[in-house]
Design a protein around this ligand. Structure first.
Ligand SMILES: *Cc1c(COP(=O)(O)O)cnc(C)c1O
Ligand SMILES: *[C@@H]1O[C@H](CO)[C@@H](O)[C@H](O)[C@H]1NC(C)=O
Length: 418
């Protein structure tokens, strides 16, 4: 009986305040790094920490998306509330978009419109939460999963991704961690923070493992289609008939508009395992609490999806490919950094620190703080994504700024090397 649930319920009745989960957030640690930069220094600050490419003018959304939003706003028809599950035309457009490469079709009722992928994570974890529940999350992972699970009193169990195998899932760990109370396993593909893109075969194996364990898969595909390493992006939903899949996504990354807060989650469940009326009711009620993104942004989605051109997507992919190559080539020139797997997608890569080559750096946090202070370059300590003595580098940066930042990391290394 003396579990976390019991204790938390005490707020207001026994004077105890509820605890705020103590997870490190990316935004939290980056603002500390930013604050540590020497104001005296003349160097321009370059951040390879945050996944917001819009800071650089080369990452610009398409005029088609901007026009669509301007027109829906000017039409004066979308100033009211939308249904909390999303506008019907938005759900329909997203259902078609997400069905393009599936062996079955999603219906508009399978899609829920959310305020970015972040709220899709929040909705999914909240509807799965129940007393005693646990969830399997990759390590390293995007920290919002752990934070959200902590608020919902869902126990987090980390399974490792294997750097030497292209950051694939360690199935042995998954099988060992899952039990009767496991409510789902999370995968992120293309991966943040690792830059992995999983093959058809690996995703199929994930589906088969989840089926054996009788748990649904939560597939974070916020970087969907942002693959540039040769391996194509395959949706987890392709395996929806093996195991139910919750697909999460948003316009944020592929359309380069994270501030528009337009995301979704879709139930890829052609066998209807999750589609019982109770579950649907639960999702709808939770959407009532959340409210979705602004109505005029939702109303622009059908046109954004229909009219965005391949050249726009290819442009982004080509810049990411070029900047990921700059990043990897520069890393090769810095002996204390190694990149076990060249990124094949997304906007970030995990890089291992070899501390024995540095004379006065104690760990990844120390490395990042000294780097920020001395070189005005911000990179994320691996601890923020669950891997000590690694760092995450975001390469969604103007190529010239990336070159300059990596040159500064190199001179930092030279100054601190043994
Ligand atoms: C950026 C990101 C999100 C959040 O997406 P938003 O649409 O900005 O809320 C979720 N998951 C991963 C892995 C991300 O990198
Ligand atoms: C770190 O560098 C040293 C010296 O080059 C090398 O012997 C060692 O294997 C490296 N360690 C790791 C973990 O790569």
């Amino acid at each position: 009986m003396e579990n976390g649930m019991k204790k938390q319920q005490g707020f207001g009745t026994n004077g105890e305040e509820p605890e705020t989960p103590t997870n490190i957030t990316i935004k939290g640690i980056l603002s500390l790094l930013m604050a540590s930069i020497d104001g005296e220094d003349k160097k321009r600050v370059i951040s390879l920490g945050m996944g917001d490419p819009t800071a650089y003018s080369c990452f610009h959304t398409t005029a088609i998306a901007v026009d669509a939003v301007v027109d829906t706003l000017r039409s004066d028809k979308f100033n009211g509330y939308a249904p909390t599950v999303g506008l019907p035309q938005t759900r329909k457009a997203l259902a078609e978009y997400l069905s393009q490469d599936l062996p079955y079709k999603l219906s508009p009722d399978d899609v829920y419109v959310t305020a970015g992928c972040t709220q899709a994570i929040e909705v999914t974890l909240s509807i799965l939460a129940r007393p005693g529940a646990n969830i399997l999350i990759p390590r390293p992972a995007f920290p919002i999963y752990g934070l959200c699970a902590a608020f919902r009193h869902i126990e987090v169990r980390h399974y490792d991704l294997l750097p030497e195998k292209g950051w694939e899932v360690d199935f042995k760990a998954v099988e060992a961690l899952a039990d009767y109370n496991t409510v789902a396993m999370v995968i992120i593909n293309p991966g943040n923070p690792c830059g992995n893109v999983y093959s058809y075969q690996h995703l199929k194996e994930i589906a088969e493992t989840a089926k054996r364990l009788n748990i649904p898969v939560i597939a974070d595909e916020v970087y969907g289609h942002l693959a540039f390493g040769g391996k194509p992006f395959v949706q987890m939903g392709v395996f929806g008939s093996i195991v139910p899949v919750f697909t999460l996504g948003s316009l944020s990354k592929r359309w380069l508009v994270p501030g528009w807060r337009l995301g979704w989650f879709a139930t890829n469940d052609p066998n209807g395992i999750f589609k019982n009326p109770k579950m649907v009711e639960r999702i709808k009620k939770y959407c009532d609490i959340c409210g979705g993104p602004a109505t005029f942004i939702q109303a622009a989605v059908p046109r954004i999806i229909e009219q965005s051109e391949e050249v726009f997507f290819m442009r982004t992919i080509n810049i990411l490919k070029q900047s990921s190559e700059i990043c990897c080539n520069k890393i090769k020139e810095i002996p204390c950094l190694t990149c076990p797997q060249k990124p094949q997608g997304s906007m970030a890569v995990m890089v291992k620190l070899n501390l024995s080559l540095l004379k006065d750096i104690s760990d990844d946090i120390d490395f990042c703080f000294k780097l920020a202070k001395e070189e005005s370059v911000i990179i994320l300590p691996g601890l923020a994504v669950g891997l000590k003595n690694w760092v995450r580098i975001t390469f969604a940066v103007e190529p010239s700024s990336l070159e300059e930042a990596m040159a500064r990391v190199k001179s930092f290394y030279q100054r601190h090397s043994i």
